[in-house]
Design a protein around this ligand. Structure first.
Ligand code: CUA
Length: 183
């Protein structure tokens, strides 16, 4: 039985020079690490994936009041009991998430710019504008303001993609984008 103590050299071959293939492997792995490392800041700056907008604290009750005020100001129609709201271009638009609906239905003009305010009045919801790759967390207590310009006319659905209870799968909202105005 060999007893290894700090006084004797350990057994092994680690002090022999690394094999050529091991050096190549190390160089490739290191280069790839550097590529991934560089992608983090690069993608942040050039990836075009970061939303422009504001984040602010808001009490759920206040957000509900603002949404109701918004609906009262610009309501033009009603579909299945849900108000349809057509705000003027350039205005602040409010979309309230709650179990299990998106309130109200928005009618926007293609090519016009809006500030879309998203918040929840109960639990976390997920804003997914179907069929586009647009996803945001909708969190109670926070007003998430996004600068948006609809680029395509159509009748779109907002799908909740954060599990929010028994009616989660029924939580579908609606955004109607029309060709209109001077766009
Ligand atoms: Cu709201 Cu799932």
């Amino acid at each position: 039985m060999t007893v290894t103590t700090g006084m004797s050299s350990p057994r092994g071959v680690w002090w022999k020079p690394a094999h050529r293939s091991e050096k190549i492997w190390f160089a490739v792995a290191f280069a790839w690490c550097m590529v991934l490392f560089a992608m983090m800041p690069l993608w942040h700056l050039r990836g075009g994936q970061n939303p422009t907008g504001i984040r602010a604290r808001v009490e759920p009750a206040d957000f509900r009041d603002r949404t109701n005020e918004f609906i009262a100001s610009y309501q033009v129609d009603e579909i299945d009991g849900m108000p349809v709201v057509e705000p003027p271009p350039g205005s602040d638009v409010y979309l309230m998430a709650m179990m299990w609906q998106w309130r109200p239905i928005l009618r926007l003009q293609r090519g016009a710019e809006y500030t879309l305010h998203l918040s929840s009045v109960d639990v976390n919801h997920g804003f997914n504008l179907y069929p586009f790759n647009v996803n945001f967390q909708v969190v109670p207590g926070y007003d998430y303001g996004l600068q948006i310009t609809p680029t395509e006319a159509g009748d779109f659905r907002i799908v909740c993609n954060e599990f929010c209870g028994i009616g989660h799968h029924l939580m579908v909202g609606r955004v109607i984008v029309v060709d209109g105005g001077d766009s």
